[in-house]
Design a binder for this molecule. Structure first.
Ligand code: URA
Length: 203
C-alpha cells in the first residue's frame, strides 16, 4: 500500500526525539498492510533494533506460537509498536518520546484499518484505552474502540515468558477472544448526512 510505504519512508529517517541518536534503525512495523488484525507492542528491543522488525526475539516466537494456535500466521497480521526506536537499555519510553512517535501509530492504524486491535502489555493497553488500569484487570474482554473496531488487551509476551508459563494460558484465552472477534462484523459508526433545510420540519 503506497501511503503506508510513504509513511514508512518518513519514519525511517525520523529525528523528532533523542532516540534517533542511539537507535541502530527505526522499527516501523511488519506484516499485511490490509490485515484485519493488528498488534501493538511497546518498543523495539535489542534484536528488533538490529533486525529492523518488531517481535523477532523470544517474545516474538511466543507471539507466533499463539497466533498459530488460532490458525493464523505472522504474515496474516500487522505488527507494530507504540515507539519505533529502541529506548537505550530497554528502559520505558518517556512521555516526550511517545508524543513524538504517536502520530506514526495513529496513521498506521488509519491506513491499515484493522477490525481488531490487540495491545500487548501495560504500555500499549493503557495508552490506547486511555486508562491507568493495569493489564491484569484490563485483559480478558474486548473493548469497543475508535470507528467500530474492537480492541483486545493482553499480556506482553515477554512478561508471559518471565512468568514461568503462568500467564501463557491466560494469553491463550485472550487469543480465543481474538479469534471470535475476527468473526464479528465491524460496526462502523453511522454518519447521518446533513439534511437540506426544507426537509427539516423543525429548522
Ligand atoms: N517488545 C516489544 O514491545 N516490541 C518488540 O518489537 C519487541 C519486544
Amino acid at each position: 500500500m503506497e501511503e503506508l510505504l510513504e509513511l514508512e519512508a518518513v519514519a525511517v529517517v525520523c529525528t523528532k526525539c533523542q532516540l534517533a541518536a542511539t537507535r541502530t534503525q527505526v522499527v516501523f512495523g511488519v506484516g499485511d498492510p490490509e490485515a484485519d488484525l493488528m498488534f501493538v507492542g511497546e518498543a523495539p528491543g535489542m534484536n528488533e533494533d538490529r533486525q529492523g522488525e518488531p517481535f523477532v526475539g523470544a517474545a516474538g516466537q511466543l507471539l507466533n506460537r499463539l497466533l498459530s494456535e488460532i490458525g493464523l500466521n505472522r504474515e496474516d497480521v500487522y505488527i507494530a509498536n507504540v515507539i519505533k526506536c529502541r529506548p537505550p537499555g530497554n528502559r520505558d519510553p518517556l512521555p516526550d518520546e511517545i508524543d513524538c512517535c504517536k502520530g506514526y501509530l495513529r496513521s498506521q492504524i488509519s491506513l491499515i484499518d484493522p477490525n481488531v486491535l490487540v495491545t500487548l502489555g501495560n504500555f500499549a493497553s493503557k495508552l490506547l484505552l486511555r486508562t491507568e488500569t493495569g493489564i491484569t484487570r484490563l485483559r480478558g474482554r474486548r473493548y469497543p474502540w475508535w470507528q467500530g473496531r474492537l480492541l483486545i488487551p493482553t499480556f506482553h509476551p515477554a512478561a508471559a515468558l518471565r512468568s514461568q508459563q503462568k500467564l501463557i494460558p491466560e494469553m491463550q484465552k485472550d487469543f480465543e477472544l481474538i479469534r471470535e472477534a475476527l468473526a464479528v462484523p465491524r460496526q462502523r459508526p453511522v454518519v447521518i448526512p446533513p439534511q437540506p433545510a426544507q426537509m427539516n420540519l423543525f429548522a
